[in-house]
Structure formats: structure tokens, C-alpha cells
Design a protein around this ligand. Sequence first.
Ligand code: CAA
Length: 394
Amino acid sequence: MNFELTEEHLAVQEAARDFAQKELKPGVIERDSKMIHATEQIKMMGELGFMGMMVSPEYGGGGMDTISYCIAMEEISKVDNSASVAMSVNNSLVCWGLETYGTEEQKQKYLTKLATGEWIGAFCLSEPEAGSDATSQQTTAIDMGDHYLLNGTKNWITNGGTSKVHLVIAQTDREKGHRGINAFIVETDWDGVGIGAKEDKLGIRSSDTHTIMYTDVKVPKENRIGEDGFGFKFAMKVLTGGRIGIAAQAVGIAAGAYELAVAYSHERAAFGKPINQHQAVAFKLADMATDIDAARMMVHRAAWMKDEHMDYTMSAAMAKVFASEVAMKHTVEAVQVHGGYGFVKEYHVERLMRDAKITQIYEGTSEIQRVVISREIIKKGNLYAPILGAPEKV
Ligand code: CAA
């Protein structure tokens, strides 16, 4: 693994940073406070190639590696996590899932539009009674011969109100447990797709999070993804990659708060000198820098392993649990460095602190990441497998 970023990585970093600072930052406080979706800005992200970064150019994507995607996610997440979660779901769950497991017809019909951001996608797994326990799907898709009949409710769906395409996980045969689960491509303007009210949340407040109701939705047979019964494994495989994107988001949140704290620590004086000349503040900055550096390396390693077709299950889970906990811990500390100013919206750190919390919850809670990591340790019996680059290719 190479620790040096390539020319391409640096160009992506500059483009994403430039976009985030010029286009996302000016309205981010108002959007957050009034829960206004960044519709125009997300459209621009599509035009700039941020919505299908890893998709191959033949389907309209950027053909970039996963590290490029993580770098862009980090820069955008320093500023606007409602925009970056829309980007993350579209890139790592929807586009990657379709490109890796979809048929050629599905790719031509859906991926080409999703990769350019012309359409936005959503990933519909969570339900009122099925969050961490993802096999307990209550949504059903009954085989009617030439189509499936889809019924059920999905919760906390990112891009729920603005997406044109949903990847829906549903139970087709309860007797078969997780092997009786399938994944379907559903268009949101089909009869029977209902969109509930936007959720009023602690963080990522302008993110488009909705409950979705499916009532007798006719899903054509050709819209099932993969072989019959592949849906649960599809969800797990897609989420394993998705966790790298959320880990990159968490690094961005922590790094954004850190950059604000460093700048403020130069400007603000107390007891006759800048506050960073006081060890109480300087050591907080040192701990932030150290943890963010470690989290970023874990994210890039998981991304590199994914691109090398290694088994990255454990390293993605480790990156997500570590980076999200770093984001939570150090956004709290960045508010503390700012003192009273950190508590007001104008200084941006309080928003990053609120945004950090969701990274410990969505795409698998910290507790679920620990389940995944501990199962991998027990299964493989080698704690160092991800560090050594897991020779086993998958
Ligand atoms: N890759 C491939 N296959 C996998 C897998 C993985 N990472 N994890 C499990 N599987 C397979 C297993 O091998 C098993 O298959 P076999 O029986 O053929 O061997 C099958 O899936 C069932 O696995 P388990 O017995 O381990 O299943 P489980 O019920 O114990 O659950 C779990 C495992 C890891 C806890 C899983 O349920 C899970 O990840 N839960 C969290 C769900 C989640 O992340 N939700 C996020 C919602 S989406 C979201 O947040 C998006 C957003 O809007 C931002």
C-alpha cells in the first residue's frame, strides 16, 4: 500500500475542497436550521462527477479508485454532511451495488442515469422493526408470475424524497430465512410508492430522510438483483463498502472541526497569549491530529483493499467504528476549544458535533461493527490479517 497520494488524488481533493468551500459552505447553516435540502448543490455534484465516482466510464461514471472517493467524501464532509450522505448512498450503496451485481439491462437503464447524478438513488433496508437485525424483514415481495407484489414500510431512508430509484430489500420466502430475501430496483413514480414526512433530526438536518410505504407495488421480474435469494448477501456486501464511505465522512467531520479549532486557537487570546500557547488547548489539538491521522489511514487502507479485491470486511468495519468515534470525541473537543463561541451556530463546530453522532449509528451501529470485527477475528483467528494486507483475494 502506497501512502503517497497520486496526482489524480490531489486533483480530486482540490476540486472537492473548492466545491465544498464555494458552493456548500455559504448556505449550510440556514439549510441545517430550516431543514432545506441542498437540491441545487447536489445537482452540481452530479455535474462535477461526485455522484458516480467509482462507476466505470462506459456507464457514465468517473472510473476512479475508492481512495479518490474517500478523499472527496472527506472534503465535502468537512462542510456539509447532508450533501455528503446523499453522495455516499448514491455512490457506494446504489451505484456500486448495481454495477457489481446488476444485469447489463439494469445497468443501461438505471446506472447510466444514477452515475451522472441525473437520477438519485436510495437504499431501503431499515424498517420500523428491523434495524441492526437486518434479516427480520417485514416487507414482502410476493412472486406473482410475471412480477413481484411489494408491500411494506422502510424507515430512515436517506434520499427518500428526492430519489428516482430505490434498491429495496424484501422478504420473498419467510421459511428460508436470509436466503428468502431479495433486492429489487423500484422506481419511485410507480403506483403504490408513498413517501412520508421528512424527519426532524439532531444532525444532518437538511438530509432528505423519509419513511417510505410500498402498497401493492408491481415490480417487474427483471428488476430483481441477482439470483433468487441473493438479497441479504447483496445488502451485506453493499453495506461493507458503504461503511468505508461513512468512515470517510466521519474523518471529514473530525478534520473539519479540527481545522476550525486550529484556526480559532490562533485568533483567540487568553491570559495574554493565543490559546494554543496554553497546554490545555495545545494537547487537545495534538490528540485530534493524531486520531484523525490514524482514522484516515484506516479508511484509505480499507479503500485500497477493496480496490485490490481483498476481503475488506474487517478493515471497513474497523475504519468505520474508529473514525466515527474519533469524529464524536473530537467534535466535542473542538466545541470546547471554541468555548462559548463553539455553542453558537455561526462558528460551524456545533453542527459538526451534531452531525458526528449519526456516523456511529447508520450503515451499521458501532455495536454492529464490533460484532462484524469480533466474528472475523474468531473466524480467521488472525488479528493482523487486515494490517498485513490479507493475502486471500475474494
Ligand atoms: N458479506 C457477505 N456476506 C455476508 C456478510 C458480508 N459482510 N455478512 C454476513 N453475510 C452472510 C453470511 O455469510 C450468511 O450467509 P450463509 O448463511 O450463506 O453463510 C448470511 O449473510 C447471514 O449472516 P449472519 O448469520 O451473520 O447474519 P446475522 O443475522 O447474524 O446478521 C449482521 C449479521 C452483521 C448483524 C447484519 O445483520 C448487519 O450488518 N446488520 C446491520 C444492518 C445495517 O448496517 N443497516 C444499515 C441500514 S442502511 C443505511 O443506514 C443507509 C443510509 O441511509 C445511510
